[in-house]
Write a protein that binds this ligand. Structure first.
Ligand code: ARG
Length: 262
């Protein structure tokens, strides 16, 4: 009887151990996170080459530098990926209400935004540029006094433009709208990122751009809802992409030159 009781206890212990080990294993990330889950990335797909709608193929697919990085990271971690295209100004509220798992939108980690969302390390640096009609002479912040300056609503450029003495700032939702407004003469200039401006220059020979000296916050990072466990999974993959040359490859693919964030 005693022996039977011992066997039974041993059996139960073994069973419990197996159950515990299996439970731990299934919740332990294979390569991080609950693999197979589809993550929602929110973006504002008006920002080539970071993210834009590929009209060339007729597929209306959202493509770009950020999308390639997101695909690399999520597939590395075993997640699926779905992309939501919304206005830039709505991105942070979307994270706050957890309607997206992360945001990639060439978004700069500012002190103000850090109060509401968490940011990864910076993966790409950029500068601001003034875009205007060719020959307009609007080449510096000072030259914009008395002029109407277009910016994207909720962007760091909107903040920066407010510091330009005497400029009338007009905030719009989408970058293409601003380009149209400029071409129609309803605004005099646009303050936007140099890398993005470059692409619009190629398509609009009647426009010119002048890059401003770097001041204040710059660079792009991935944003997450505050306290998201994804930050700790994504950040090491960004580091890995910086050291294994993957990030550089994507920079050359989308920007044509090599100026990654250190
Ligand atoms: N880097 C700027 C910011 O964080 C502008 C980003 C705009 N991004 C976009 N997808 N339209 O405010």
């Amino acid at each position: 009887m005693k022996r039977l009781k011992f066997l039974f206890t041993a059996f139960l212990t073994a069973l419990l151990t197996i159950t515990l080990v299996t439970a731990c294993n299934s919740s332990a990330p294979t390569a991080g996170g609950d693999a197979g889950r589809t993550l929602t990335m929110a973006t504002s797909a008006d920002y080539p080459p970071y993210e834009f709608i590929d009209t060339s193929s007729g597929s209306q697919e959202i493509v770009g530098f950020d999308v390639d990085i997101a695909k690399y990271i999520t597939s590395k971690l075993g997640y699926g990926l779905k992309i939501d295209n919304i206005d830039f100004n709505a991105l942070i509220p979307t994270l706050q209400s957890k309607r997206a798992d992360f945001v990639m939108a060439g978004m700069t980690p500012t002190e103000e935004r850090k109060q509401n969302v968490d940011f990864s390390q910076i993966y790409y640096e950029a500068k601001n540029a003034i875009v205007s009609k060719s020959g307009s002479g609007l080449t510096s912040a000072a030259s914009l006094s008395g002029k109407t300056l277009g910016v994207q609503l909720g962007s760091i450029q909107e903040q920066a433009a407010k510091e330009f003495q005497g400029a009338n700032v007009k905030a719009l939702n989408r970058i293409n709208e601003m380009i149209q407004e400029l071409k129609a003469g309803r605004i005099d200039a646009i303050l936007m990122e140099d890398t993005v401006a470059k692409g619009y220059m190629a398509a609009n020979p009647d426009l010119e751009m002048n890059v401003l000296p770097n001041e204040g916050e710059a660079g792009s990072a991935i944003a997450f809802p505050k306290g998201s466990e994804l930050l700790g999974q994504f950040d090491p993959v960004i580091s890995e992409m910086k050291s294994n040359g993957e990030l550089e490859k994507l920079i050359v693919k989308w920007f044509g030159s090599d100026t990654p964030a250190s």
